[in-house]
Design a protein around this ligand. Structure first.
Ligand code: ADQ
Length: 459
């Protein structure tokens, strides 16, 4: 069996339960073949201060973790600048927030080249190399330039925008050409695959073979939807744990007379948080029977605080939740509990299970794993209802959620009202179908399916 090499911006120790489903799943994939996980250490250093050193190697069970420190200037340009100031907003259709600064591009290329140089020295000829996400699009090109012939796959965790949005990035051709250095590209949804196909047909006159093989720039690449899932069993076991059970009991006690709604996100403008709060305000306005009763618990984990757009969003959410509470709140009832922090992973299933409704309403999302975790955490006998944005990749698979347009305040308020009042038999039927779907296409299916396709891809 060839060795698996995973490359991502950050590396997590798969033995730590706090690492979450993705790290555990990748760790499992790596462990089965004895593997290497390569990426940034999370440390920035002064220029020339060790960043030119070989990667540090650590053993984590059968997996070797190889990490690099990055010089401050490179990290700022690569991570904050190009990856999160250009690619993230454009790929989420937010051209208004993109900072198209050319010096950041240089840093992005430099870090990808540095990754390639350090990784190439560790590769064996028959390795399978699996590269993750928008931080590392040109990595295969850089590795090929160093003579690496291994099979290489790329998985994009975020959406691929339509060609005319992609074309707003001055380097769009270079980025798309870079993808052809891979043997396999995995996308989250069929919509992303369609955007890719349309781009390469229109802009690169690609020839298409066997449905999912595209030829352009003198190379061919297979592109298909391989939607990511969660580890349903692991998440349900977590739900049986003491911390989740304590959380559930506390929430049941404190909100015995209320109906809880939950939102769990990273604080990010793609997640549609202000729109969600406005929809909740509309619910209270148009359906007054929810006053004194419905409570929205919104947890927004701090994220990318070095990027300007995120600080503005934080201020907007604090002011909006304050405004709703002062307009509708009573001495014994606050409609919104907004928290700018992460919930410990061990407690998450308890929070999900206590909530009658989950509002998962991103304006755009590659997949959205919170939608899947919420379903996994429910009691099948008395399950809650998922209100899900049609613009999340998850909507392609989770047709039995209440699908909404997150920009339409009124429609989200009405769907929430419907969710709060949904009869038990309908809740059970929808939940059973959703649970079967997330079980069939879980995280183990995702990594097996990707690796099988990559193994079959011609080198
Ligand atoms: P993210 O944008 O980070 O990931 P998402 O899939 O929603 O988004 O969440 C990832 C994980 O973070 C989940 O396990 C969730 O429980 C956890 N999480 C989020 N907010 C939290 C909070 N406040 N407290 C505690 N935990 C929290 C990117 C893409 C997604 C894609 C994933 C995986 O943007 O579309 O689903 O990668 O491919």
């Amino acid at each position: 069996m060839p060795r698996l090499v995973v490359v991502s911006n950050r590396v997590a120790d798969p033995r730590k339960t706090a690492a979450g489903g993705l790290a555990v799943a990748l760790g499992e994939a790596l462990a089965s073949s004895g593997g290497l996980w390569f990426g940034w250490s999370g440390h920035v250093v002064a220029a020339g201060d060790g960043s030119d050193a070989a990667p540090k190697l650590h053993r984590a069970g059968p997996v070797t973790l190889a990490t690099l420190d990055l010089p401050q200037a490179d990290h700022d340009a690569y991570y904050l600048g190009y990856a999160n100031g250009v690619l993230w907003p454009v790929f989420h259709n937010r051209l208004d927030l993109a900072e198209l600064d050319r010096s950041d591009l240089d840093g992005y290329r430099r870090v990808n080249r540095l990754f390639a140089q350090r990784l190439a020295a560790l590769l064996r000829p028959d390795d399978l190399v699996w590269i993750h996400d928008y931080h590392l699009i040109p990595l295969a090109t850089e590795l090929r330039a160093l003579g690496c012939q291994q099979r290489m796959g790329f998985f994009l965790h975020i959406p691929l925008p339509p060609p005319l949005v992609m074309a707003a990035i001055p380097q769009h051709e270079w980025l798309m050409r870079s993808l052809f250095a891979y043997d396999l590209i995995g996308f989250q949804s069929e919509t992303d695959v369609a955007h890719f196909a349309r781009y390469v047909h229109n802009e690169a006159r690609a020839e298409q073979r066997e449905n999912d093989v595209f030829e352009a720039f003198g190379r061919s690449v297979r592109a298909r939807a391989v939607p990511i899932g969660i580890d349903v069993d692991e998440f349900q076991r977590l739900g049986q744990g003491r911390e989740a059970q304590d959380m559930l009991a506390t929430l049941h006690r404190q909100y015995a007379q209320r109906q809880l709604l939950v939102g769990v996100d990273r604080l990010d403008y793609s997640k549609g948080l202000p729109q969600r709060l406005r929809a909740f305000r509309r619910l209270l306005q148009d359906h007054p029977e929810n006053r004194g009763k419905a409570v929205l618990v919104q947890v927004a984990a701090p994220s990318r605080e070095g990027v300007t757009a995120y600080a503005d969003l934080r201020a907007e959410l604090e002011s909006l939740s304050g405004a709703i509470n002062s307009e509708y709140g009573e001495l014994d009832w606050m409609p919104v509990r907004y928290m700018h922090r992460a919930v410990a992973r061990m407690r998450l299933p308890g929070l999900y299970r206590a909530a009658r409704v989950a509002l998962v309403t991103p304006l755009r999302d590659g997949m959205n794993l919170v939608a899947k975790e919420y379903v996994a955490a429910q009691d099948p006998v008395d399950p809650g209802v998922l209100v899900l944005s049609r613009f999340a990749g998850a909507a392609e698979q989770m047709r039995d959620a209440l699908l909404v347009n997150p920009y339409d305040t009124q429609a989200v308020a009405e769907a929430t009202q419907r969710a709060l009042n949904m009869p038990l038999d309908e809740r059970q039927a929808r939940h059973a179908l959703l649970l079967a779907g997330i079980r069939e296409f879980d995280v183990h299916w995702w990594h097996r399916h990707f690796i099988d396709n990559l193994s079959d891809a011609s080198a």
